[in-house]
Unconditional design. Structure first.
Lengths: 396, 286
């Protein structure tokens, strides 16, 4: 056999090509699973991401310590977005095109997520996030995006359901701050109460810096309100409402946003008793029952991390949701057999009752809101202990 | 309901008025509109809460330390942001220099203090809402003390007359041998005291919050424009009127529309009286 220069060149090229073709799956099977984590770790809205981050790292360490997923270690690619949508967009693009992550967890606030969701959808990047805005989930436009938290509609329904069905109140005042969140949530909350045939006797927005709320609350009382639904994250506004309620001697329940249970509110109220009769949206898995205990699997988790992770300056549900995010991504890689985006998304579309710490997630090709309404409860705002709250009155 | 609106309006208006006077005192000595005025108010609340609430110092000592610190910030403003640009006043470089210093003060406060509002301690034990609540009458009292104090200072003391002299004509004042630079620094210290007092007295009303500086800068400027630049009586009346109108607007039109109502009236007033309600038209030698 005569070996010509041409056949030698062709043969070498063929060998090289076949070698690369054979080698690439081997590399893919050994490379780490890169999880992008778009976290607002600094800036004025950093509190949730700091809590989520603790759960994310706990889960990654636990999975890697147990040998990884199909022998592959988890590698976190963390970018601090500072709560700024522009920075979040840049970070998402960098994760997709340069860091080449396999899935992204976050961003953790809706403003950032509204900016990054279309970008991730174009790149078909598997994405789980905990943001509330309804428009962020649309299986047709964003088939890659899955929610691991309640939507605003679910939250509205949980709060109105508690007010109407459990507190048995029929006349509500619905108020919020003057931010975009406050004004839109007042509208959606009013609609939710009205769907339950409750009477919204007062609705309005209040500037969070308004120093005296007596006139506003007198109007609510004169309108006949028997409960106030409050939608704001401003501790100043929340505490002023609680203090004014006490000064007026008006024994009316406050229901609504979880921020009413934050430690900052506890510092700003004039007396501890001003914090009573305040019920916030909570999560069944992260609430203490009548026996003072969390659900068994969450209690085991909390007992396991006590002393290692600070639970006093954050909320348990943030840690639990961060932990769940890494777990569902790892599970998708485990079950689909690879980090192929289509495989991960396909697995999530078939998840039924995934037993997370924060919630039991169910997704389908038509429904990417993963938290079932039954996992949403109301909690007593002034009862935080180790990051979790006591169930509000009325739950069995 | 009306008493509640008037009470909170007067309290808030008193704070705006004092910040307006802070602007005026700095302007009179240097012809510079210093945008650190609101930050001095913010520092009065934050430092008061830090000294009394966090460090646990007696209220009187905390008050004195707060005043001293705010006066020092006033002097620093003159040295850092005003003195270097005095030679080119017509270029309005002070807008940049004082605004930059104001932003620096705000950022340092947010990093070292908190980005969330913090409680300001109750000083005399009068709480519970209504007219007896000290969070309402303290700012009004502080405003009254400021008005009386400035009247006495400007009319009864030599240094007060010297302040008026450099405000009237600093070249002539210098020609008469008045130490213009020292008097300007003293004016900025005085502005620091007034701004700090406004923030300290309103600590329970506005809470100790780093973002109060920008808000006070904004609403403190309105009485200056309404009352006429450099006119302290105009600033006091304009500030009180602004506070009452703002609280009434909060009540009647609520939330997002209250600010719109306030600034609509502000614009209308300036269109009708560009020199301010109490200011005289500027005279120019021809």
């Amino acid at each position: 056999m005569i070996i010509t220069r041409r056949s030698l060149t062709l043969g070498s090229a063929g060998l090289a090509a076949s070698g690369f073709a054979l080698a690439s799956p081997a590399i893919a099977q050994n490379e780490p699973i890169r999880i992008g984590w778009l976290a607002a770790l600094t800036g004025p809205s950093s509190a949730p991401a700091i809590g989520f981050d603790r759960g994310v790292r706990l889960a990654a360490e636990a999975i890697n310590g147990a040998g990884g997923v199909r022998g592959r270690q988890i590698e976190l690619v963390v970018r601090d977005t500072q709560g700024d949508p522009t920075k979040a967009v840049n970070a998402a693009q960098e994760m997709i095109s340069r860091a080449r992550v396999h899935a992204i967890w976050g961003p953790t606030n809706s403003g950032e997520s509204l900016a990054t969701t279309p970008i991730m959808a174009r790149a078909r990047m598997p994405n789980v996030h905990p943001c509330f805005v309804d428009a962020l989930i649309d299986p047709t436009r964003y088939p890659n995006a899955f929610r691991m938290a309640p939507s605003n509609t679910q939250i509205d329904d949980a709060v109105s359901g508690y007010g109407v069905e459990i507190l048995k109140v029929k006349r509500f005042a619905v108020i919020g701050d003057t931010t975009g969140y406050g004004t839109t949530t007042v509208n959606s909350s009013v609609a939710s109460f009205q769907r339950r045939e409750a009477n919204v006797v007062y609705r309005g927005t209040i500037d969070a810096t308004q120093p005296d709320l007596t006139p506003d609350m007198l109007r609510m009382r004169n309108a006949g309100a028997e409960a106030i639904a409050l939608w704001t994250v401003s501790p100043g506004l929340i505490s002023r409402i609680m203090n004014t309620r006490a000064n007026m001697g008006w024994d009316v329940p406050l229901i609504g946003h979880p921020a009413m249970g934050s430690g900052e509110v506890g510092q700003l109220i004039a007396k501890p008793e001003n914090w009573q009769k305040t019920y916030i949206l909570g999560f069944k898995n992260c609430s203490y029952g009548a026996d003072g205990k969390l659900p068994a699997h969450v209690q085991t988790f909390v007992d396991g991390i006590r002393g290692k992770v600070n639970l006093e300056d954050t909320t348990l549900w943030w840690i639990a949701a961060g932990h769940d995010a890494v777990t569902v991504i790892a599970k998708a890689v485990q079950e689909s057999g690879s980090t192929d985006p289509a495989g991960i998304i396909n697995y999530w579309n078939g998840v039924r009752g995934f037993p997370g710490l924060y919630a039991s997630y169910t997704w389908s090709p038509q429904e990417h809101n993963g938290v079932p309404p039954s996992d949403l409860v109301m909690s007593e705002a002034n009862s935080m202990r180790h990051g979790a709250y006591r169930l509000a009155p009325g739950y069995a | 309901m009306l008493p509640a609106i008037i009470l909170s309006g007067l309290a808030v208006g008193a704070v705006y008025a004092m910040i307006g006077v802070t602007y005026n005192v700095m302007f009179a000595a240097s012809r510079v509109m210093s945008f650190t005025a609101g930050q001095l108010g913010m520092l009065g609340g934050v430092l008061g809460a830090a000294f009394i609430g966090v460090l646990g110092l007696p209220a009187i000592l905390g008050f004195l330390l707060t005043m001293a610190a705010c006066a020092a910030v006033g002097v620093l403003t003159e040295i850092i942001a005003v003195r270097p640009v005095l030679k080119s006043l017509e270029q309005h470089l002070y807008v940049l220099s004082t605004l930059a210093l104001a932003l620096m003060i705000q950022q340092v406060t947010s990093i070292t203090w908190s980005t969330e509002p913090q409680p300001f301690p109750n000083l005399f034990g009068f709480q519970g809402g209504g007219a007896t609540d000290e969070k309402f009458w303290l700012p009004i009292l502080a405003c009254a003390v400021t008005v009386v104090g400035l009247e006495l200072l400007y009319r009864r003391t030599l240094i007060g007359r010297a302040f008026l002299a450099i405000a009237e004509d600093n070249f002539a004042a210098r020609a008469l041998g008045l130490p213009e630079r020292n008097l300007r620094m003293a004016s900025y210290a005085l502005a620091g005291l007034i701004g700090g007092l406004a923030g300290f007295a309103s600590g329970q009303l506005f809470l100790a919050f780093f973002a109060n500086g920008a808000m006070l800068n904004f609403y403190g400027f309105v009485p200056v424009a309404l009352g006429g630049l450099g006119n302290n009586r105009g600033a006091i009346i304009g500030g009180l009127a602004l506070g009452v109108f703002q609280q009434a607007a909060n009540f009647t039109v609520g939330g997002v529309f209250a600010s719109v109502a306030v600034f609509s009236v502000f614009i209308v007033v300036l269109l009708l009286a560009p020199q301010g309600l109490f200011g005289a038209p500027a005279q120019r030698r021809v």
